[in-house]
Design a protein around this ligand. Structure first.
Ligand SMILES: Cc1cc2nc3c(=O)[nH]c(=O)nc-3n(C[C@H](O)[C@H](O)[C@H](O)COP(=O)(O)O)c2cc1C
Length: 192
């Protein structure tokens, strides 16, 4: 099979695996480097690099989970049940590697900010597909904490300017996913 046929058949079948169906497992260092390098090789109008990636692994996951995500959760929800507290204390620890993609628009008279944000989305998609192509379980999540300023600051973002485009969770598959409903092409595609 030539290379392009291989890529198209991957794209026709790939699926995300929800974090609840992944175990952290092990992400090979060489694979992680490949995933990251693929992820920053995206269309970027004006080559402004209007995004940054923060790779969260090892003990940093637990620290951010407990000291930032859970602490922010608890200040808003002081009487959450034990189950909910455990969930909020272990968000990032559901995967082996979590890559935060920060949309960080640059000053430009020519390129609209919207296009810079789209490029950050392209980084997320490419990281996701790269991880899936290497047979990892991967999912793009935002959840509530992507919209929290303390979390954004912890990751080096500047509230008011930067936004978290997503967290790409990467781990090991513990089961194969079922296909989910996909749009019928004619409902979203038209030809002129
Ligand atoms: C920007 C963005 C944010 C998302 N955030 C969440 C989320 O917070 N929680 C969730 O369950 N799914 C979220 N999803 C959807 C998951 O990524 C879901 O697994 C995905 O739609 C599955 O698509 P696939 O099977 O085509 O890969 C988000 C998707 C996108 C594009």
């Amino acid at each position: 099979m030539n290379g392009n046929l291989h890529v198209i058949s991957f794209l026709e079948k790939r699926r995300s695996i929800a974090v609840r169906q992944m175990s952290p497992g092990k992400v090979d260092d060489v694979h992680l480097e490949q995933i990251l390098n693929a992820g920053i090789r995206v269309p970027d109008h004006g080559a402004l690099k209007p995004w940054r990636l923060v790779v969260i692994t090892g003990e940093s996951k637990k620290r951010i989970d407990e000291d930032v995500i859970f602490s922010e959760f608890q200040s808003e929800n002081p009487s959450a049940t034990d189950d909910v507290q455990v969930r909020e204390k272990t968000r990032l620890q559901r995967a082996e590697v979590v890559i935060a993609v920060i949309s960080s628009p640059k000053e430009s008279k020519k390129i609209p900010e919207w296009e810079m944000q789209l490029s950050a989305g392209a980084v997320c998609t490419t990281l996701l597909y790269a991880a899936q192509s290497l047979n990892y379980a991967a999912q793009w999540l935002t959840e509530w904490y992507a919209y929290n300023d303390k979390v954004l600051s912890e990751l080096g973002g500047i509230p008011g300017r930067d936004k978290i485009a997503g967290f790409i969770y990467i781990g090991e598959k513990i089961s194969d996913p079922f296909e989910r409903p996909r749009p019928k092409p004619e409902t979203v595609i038209s030809f002129l």
